[in-house]
Design a protein around this ligand. Structure first.
Ligand code: ZN
Length: 274
């Protein structure tokens, strides 16, 4: 290979790597807004944090987290998988009773069903029906599995009046359940005013042991309380509705200011204390 050919090969390789990196950033990153608005934090200087829990309900871990949050009077947001909510509707109902917000996190949490419009739509519609059946209220918040989004997903969410929500992962390897102290330490290092922190009370749609996450959550809640942080739900933090007013209205666009739109953090307009 001549020097010129070698240079061309290196340039081509770098282009492919850069392209793959950019694609990954656009599709999975907490921070990319390239495909559409995807808030990962609230814009506030107040010491508030939104704890969020994905992939549940998954027993006994979701109930254990609910116990910790209840003791601390800490409302949180649970992005639930439709199949899991169907398995444990009583847990979803308890979370709602105790002032937590429930959001949509797909029906099956499978990668192959997160890529095309038709399947994305089936996943979100079915889960909206399950969660609405349990709570009587139609969720307005959606978090995609693995934060994976495509242009067609944004169209599906707009059709269904769902507001996409990102966040920052508490620990890159939480799925492997490292030591609770490590999860807590990493999570606490990421908290700033307005952070949306992502934990997992389940694992995809399969459940799994989340004992180390539960222990880490106890540490995180106690430490943040000691530091003067207040816990808020995602809708309150972002100033968007948690639920859609009319259960039959599937056509409100994302970001639409519905009549139940809450004031963003700073107005201290929390509807109901925990
Ligand atoms: Zn998930």
């Amino acid at each position: 290979m001549t020097g010129r050919h070698r240079t061309a090969a290196v340039a081509a390789t770098l282009t492919v790597v850069a392209g793959a990196g950019a694609a990954y950033w656009s599709l999975f990153s907490s921070y990319s807004q390239l495909l559409g608005p995807f808030p990962h934090r609230g814009r506030t200087g107040e010491k508030v944090v939104a704890l969020t829990f994905d992939d549940g309900p998954n027993e006994p871990y979701t109930s254990q987290i609910a116990d910790i949050l209840l003791a601390a009077s800490a409302p949180a947001t649970f992005f639930q998988v439709g199949q899991c909510a169907r398995r444990h509707p009583e847990v979803t109902a308890r979370l709602l009773r105790e002032g937590h917000v429930i959001g949509n996190h797909s029906l099956t949490h499978t990668m192959r069903r997160c890529l095309r419009h038709g399947e994305q739509r089936q996943e979100t519609v079915a889960t909206q029906a399950i969660l609405t059946g349990i709570s009587g209220r139609r969720p307005a918040l959606y978090r995609p599995p693995w934060l994976l989004r495509t242009p067609s997903l944004f169209r599906v969410l707009a059709e269904q009046g769902l507001h996409p929500v990102a966040g920052v992962f508490c620990h890159a390897f939480e799925v492997f359940q490292p030591d609770p102290a490590r999860i807590a330490r990493r999570a606490l290092a990421k908290v700033r005013p307005g952070t949306i922190l992502i934990f997992h009370d389940g694992f995809d749609a399969r459940g799994g042991n989340r004992a180390h996450t539960v222990a880490a959550v106890a540490t995180v809640v106690n430490t943040l309380s000691d530091l003067g942080y207040r816990f808020v739900t995602v809708d309150e933090l972002l100033g968007v509705p948690a639920y859609q007013d009319d259960p039959d209205d599937l056509h409100r666009s994302v970001g639409d200011d519905g009549p139940d739109r809450r004031s963003p953090v700073g107005d201290s307009a929390r509807k109901e204390p925990l």
